[in-house]
Design a protein around this ligand. Structure first.
Ligand code: PLP
Length: 429
């Protein structure tokens, strides 16, 4: 009896000791003013908001660190023509990295002076489709704009055959593996020398335009510290240098042709401030800072992208079907389950950020139609109030909403449509 009482006392003690604290807090001034922009414009549905001033600060701070001449904008992470045009103008760069054939077709048509590097190897059918409805003049001009990314000999042969059938020269950038192991040519293997030989023996159809080595693993390593990141970066850049040196040594004329040595991405771009191994630095997401990019390596960039959606039902303590009798106990134990808020829409790749202390409820489940968020009374939410969420990534989330609202000085300054996933919706074949 004594032992049982002791065990019960220990469990109760532990539960009380571990009792969650109230995480709720109402909107701060920043979100309060975003809320009033949303409400004063009569908005009532889930909308994406870009904070235009923060976006500009993020662009300026990035460009200051890496330089306009090296900066290449990752279009997939900012998939909206007005957004891309804005970043190009502010950052003073014409360079884009593109990953999706329908986006490529639109960008070539709408931004004919963009300098485009593909970010992944396009299947040959997609490349054929890209060229299908272009006139010879358009093909010629697109080929001046585009560097196609090739990761291996099979793709290289396919691209050569297509170039031959079109009677054009395609500019080819080779994807190299500098530690991410997402494909591409490997250091020391026979494929890389063979690919270079192949290109140089088919110069009427293929021209080497550079290399691309992507290395986000450096900034995403577990227990990342500045020291560990720099060590991993030195290893990656040494590998990159090997690929460059091979060209310099064996194809010195080509090496002198202003090749594009592309690398980095949002997580690592700032590590190249005083490193010229690469002359072309990609970044996109860190201009909007979705939560996947809350990393030590880019901690000075500010979140600039939010989902805003109204509360449609503000109810009492969490009630779980079949478990009603114990729910009030659970809510008494966990203050963050004292209120149930149903929001308009939901189930996005995003986490609630304001008011503080709201969370999805794993026991109740998710909903794209009206999602439950639980919180405490301290968030002071009522129906029609606005909840803000931070997307975890921009590339998918930007495509899920209507026009993006660009807020500057507490007003909707602009509305930017996003790119459509398909060419027909973008008004091209
Ligand atoms: C080849 C390549 N470069 C750069 C990036 C970086 O994009 P972001 O800056 O949006 O993370 C990516 C992202 O997937 C990539 O695949």
């Amino acid at each position: 009896m004594g032992t049982t009482l002791f065990i019960v006392a220990v469990i109760v003690g532990l539960l009380l000791w571990k009792r969650p604290k109230d995480d709720g807090k109402p909107h701060n001034d920043y979100f309060r003013s975003l809320e009033s922009v949303y409400q004063s414009n009569g908005l009532s549905e889930p909308r994406l908001i870009i904070d235009g001033q923060r976006l500009d600060q993020n662009i300026d701070s990035l460009v200051q660190k890496i330089g306009s001449d090296r900066y290449r904008i990752v279009a997939k992470s900012l998939p909206s023509l007005p957004l891309l045009r804005h970043v190009m103008a502010r950052a003073n760069t014409r360079k884009l990295m593109v990953f999706h054939r329908p986006f490529l077709s639109v960008i070539v048509r709408e931004i004919p002076d963009a300098d485009i590097l593909l970010g992944k190897p396009m299947p040959i059918a997609a490349v054929k489709r890209f060229y299908k409805n272009l006139t010879p003049e358009q093909i010629h001009s697109a080929n001046r704009q585009i560097q196609w990314l090739v990761d291996g000999l099979e793709h290289l042969e396919e691209y050569r055959a297509l170039a031959q059938s079109l009677n054009v020269t395609l500019r080819i950038n080779l994807e190299i593996d500098i530690g991410l192991h997402r494909g591409g040519f490997k250091q020391g293997g026979s494929d890389y020398p063979e690919a270079l030989r192949y290109i140089h023996s088919h110069t009427e159809y293929l021209a080497l335009s550079g290399l691309m080595g992507y290395e986000p693993h450096i900034a995403k390593m577990p227990l990342a510290s500045a020291e560990r990141m720099n060590k991993a970066k030195s290893k990656a850049t040494a590998q990159y240098q090997w690929f460059k040196d091979y060209i310099k040594l064996n194809y010195s004329d080509t090496y002198r042709t202003n090749l594009t040595f592309n690398g980095a991405g949002s997580p690592t771009c700032q590590l190249y401030q005083s490193d010229d191994t690469i002359n072309d630095i990609s970044a996109g997401s860190s201009l909007l800072m979705p939560t996947d990019f809350d990393l030590l390596s880019i901690r000075d960039q500010k979140p600039a992208l939010f989902i805003a959606t109204p509360v449609i039902k503000a109810l009492g303590a969490l009630e779980l079907p079949f478990l009603e009798p114990i729910c009030s106990l659970l809510a008494r134990y966990n203050p963050n389950w004292q209120r149930s808020y149903f929001i308009y829409g939901g189930y996005w790749k995003a986490t609630p950020c304001s008011p503080q202390g709201l969370s999805n409820n794993g026991l109740y489940g998710r909903s794209s139609n009206q999602e439950l968020l639980t919180g405490s009374g301290s968030s002071q939410l009522k129906i029609n109030d606005v909840v803000f969420l931070r997307p975890s990534q921009s590339e998918a989330v930007l495509l899920e909403f209507g026009e993006i609202l660009v807020v500057r000085n507490n007003e909707i300054a602009e509305q930017w449509p996003h790119l459509a996933q398909s060419c027909i919706e973008n008004g091209i074949q």
